[in-house]
Design a binder for this molecule. Structure first.
Ligand SMILES: Nc1ncnc2c1ncn2[C@@H]1O[C@H](COP(=O)(O)OP(=O)(O)OP(=O)(O)O)[C@@H](O)[C@H]1O
Length: 612
């Protein structure tokens, strides 16, 4: 948001709905409108210029029929035959057309510039705001709906600032000018013409709301169709493996037909509306010709006046049509404004406290203490129960246990993606809630099962776009973890462009690149979350070697489903239902003949089965 407009009030608490059906009070709607309009304030001079350009363009347009009226009444009909005057009128007519063209062009460019700048700023601020939100927010809002907010809602605002705003000025002023000119020409005929306004407006509004419904139906059908295709493309291997092509084709045809019908209905309504408007325009002209023609017969008005009236009445329809159309756009814009405002006013759950410290990263030792913590993602559900755990600096700790035991949650608490409900998590004796998040996240390096790679070169992915880290440092890190020979085989080596989450690289290569990140950024604490799952045994071996190298001098926490990954750890924690049920070295745990031993036997059995 612009810094001078503080809309980030504590108006929306985390947990409230953003994208679904929610009730918006009048005050909230007003606040949303004010907040979004605040983005336009730096461009107020541009809007004033647009306003002035519009007035010039409209005046130039509307004076043209008046000129023809002068030519007819003051020259042709009275038999003056003043060619010089006719020539001047033609010249002025042409001049007005050029003036209208020039100022309309200028007005459009200025408005587009302002609109695009405003929306660009909103997008930038929104993205910045979203990146600061806590993990609990992303748990509630799937990325798909956020993408829609950022793209379509901001696009709706663009329409508001360019089309709606322009229409309200241009069409409103056009109507006003036409009415003034009509009264100037002949008040009685003007009064007759005004009877038409409510009729035209009523028909336009009725049609518009129906058209909006048909438009929405066809958009919904289209997005369903697109979603269906996207799903099918993502699961193509499954479809082919299970010979589901025919079934999927049948489903696709149904969706396609629905979209086809919805589209036809939308087009039919559009054509009907436009033609009805044409008929109405012709009827209005006929009505005026009759009333005005009688007046010309009785010599109460001149023929030129009737000509100008007929031209103006035709020009009447366009602005009314356009305003009703923009009215609909305005309605959808208010919904977008509300949604964006709600996003902007959603506060992160996790923020730096006033006393947050920024410890000297070089002095971090990596001692970790979980002091009798309790945690749950939602109120009333507890995922981790009264857990007490103390880890020495430089210790390598393996964490194993069944699915849903709380292993990843434990790591999330250390990274402070969430806050504990009871107890505390300390690093080197300082509560993570008292460490600035920027420092905390530099202390901890995270390698996940599916390491995220950004669209960019391998160098950029290793140094995370931080150009303070040199290319040589990146190459050194890659050599260190043993991924340099793999990179050497790629066509562009370190400059190979990775796209779509690192597609083109194997899971193991992606893992090794994220290990190189650790070497480059030197965090004192390293977390590996299921890093060796889904890998073949050769790649697992590569990762294991890299892990041994990277974990030197770091406190390392390794979550593993494969016990082989953690057998060498200084200590292995066995978790079950949010509690540590056993801990010790591999040997000690086997001797206990408890849960770990069962897991071990089970994994051995699997290994034997594989070997057979
Ligand atoms: N973001 C979340 N929101 C709500 N509940 C969650 C969330 N993440 C995990 N849970 C729940 O918390 C519990 C512990 O999950 P967690 O991911 O910590 O287990 P895990 O031991 O790492 O499991 P896995 O080995 O399958 O990754 C599970 O019951 C899970 O359903």
């Amino acid at each position: 948001m612009p810094r001078d407009h503080n809309i980030v009030s504590a108006d929306v608490r985390p947990g409230e709905e953003i994208s679904g059906a929610y009730k918006v009070s009048k005050e909230q709607r007003r606040a949303a409108f004010k907040a979004i309009i605040a983005f336009a304030k730096p461009h107020r001079m541009t809007f004033i210029y647009v306003f002035l350009c519009t007035i010039v363009a409209i005046s130039a347009d509307l004076l043209q029929p008046y000129l023809v009226k002068i030519a007819i009444d003051d020259n042709l009909l009275i038999g003056k035959n003043d060619f010089h005057m006719l020539l001047v009128i033609c010249g002025v007519y042409l001049g007005l057309s050029v003036l209208s063209f020039g100022f309309t062009y200028l007005q459009n460019n200025l408005l587009q510039y302002a609109g695009q700048s405003i929306v660009g700023r909103i997008r930038k601020d929104l993205f910045q705001h979203i990146t600061k939100l806590s993990m609990s927010f992303f748990d509630r809002f799937p990325s798909g709906s956020l993408v829609t907010h950022i793209s379509s809602d901001t696009e709706a605002l663009n329409q508001f600032f360019t089309q709606v705003f322009l229409s309200l000025i241009r069409d409103g002023m056009t109507l006003l000018f036409i009415i003034v000119l009509m009264f100037q020409l002949d008040p009685i005929l003007a009064c007759y013409s005004l009877i038409l306004i409510p009729i035209i407006a009523a028909i336009a509004i009725a049609f518009r709301s129906y058209m909006r419904k048909t438009y929405q139906i066809s958009r919904t059908q289209l997005s369903r169709l697109v979603a269906f295709v996207a799903e099918n493309l993502a699961g193509m291997n499954l479809i082919q493996a299970f010979h589901q092509q025919k079934e999927q084709q049948k489903l696709f045809t149904e969706q396609n037909n629905r979209y086809f019908r919805a589209n036809l209905r939308e087009i039919r309504t559009n054509v009907l509306f436009n033609r009805s408007f044409d008929i109405l325009a012709n009827l209005s002209v006929a009505f005026l010709v009759w009333i005005g023609g009688m007046a010309v017969f009785h010599r109460s008005i001149e023929f030129g006046v009737l000509y100008a009236f007929i031209t103006y009445i035709r020009q009447f329809f366009q602005p009314i049509n356009s305003i009703t159309q923009q009215w609909n756009t305005l309605q959808s814009t208010t919904v977008s404004m509300d949604r964006l405002y709600r996003l902007f006013t959603t506060m992160p759950d996790i923020t730096d406290s006033a006393k947050a410290k920024k410890p000297d990263l070089a002095k971090v030792e990596g001692k970790i203490d979980y002091n009798r913590i309790q945690f749950g993602y939602q109120e009333g559900t507890t995922v981790i129960h009264d857990l007490d755990l103390h880890i020495r600096p430089g210790e390598m700790v393996g964490v194993v246990g069944a699915t849903g035991a709380g292993k990843s949650s434990l790591m999330s608490l250390l990274c402070r993606f969430y806050d504990v409900q009871k107890g505390s998590v300390l690093i080197d004796g300082t509560d993570v809630r008292d460490i600035a998040q920027s420092s905390l996240h530099r202390m901890i390096g995270l390698v996940q099962q599916e390491p995220y790679l950004f669209s960019g070169s391998i160098v950029d992915n290793v140094r995370l776009f931080d150009t303070r880290i040199s290319r040589d440092q990146v190459m050194e890190a890659c050599r260190f973890v043993g991924v340099d020979s793999l990179i050497g085989r790629l066509a562009d080596g370190y400059d190979t462009h990775l796209s779509e989450r690192g597609s083109g690289l194997s899971a193991g290569e992606r893992q090794l690149i994220s290990f190189a990140r650790i070497v480059v950024f030197q965090p004192k604490i390293l977390i590996l979350d299921e890093a060796t799952a889904n890998l073949d045994s050769h790649t697992e071996q590569l990762i294991q070697t890299a892990l041994n190298i990277v974990s030197q001098g770091r406190t390392t926490l390794v979550i593993a489903h494969r016990l082989s990954t953690v057998m060498q750890a200084d200590r292995i924690l066995v978790m079950n239902q949010g509690r540590i049920v056993e801990q010790g070295t591999h040997q000690e745990l086997l001797e206990l003949e408890g849960y770990y031993e069962q897991l071990y036997r089970h994994s051995q059995g699997k290994a034997e089965m594989k070997a057979v």
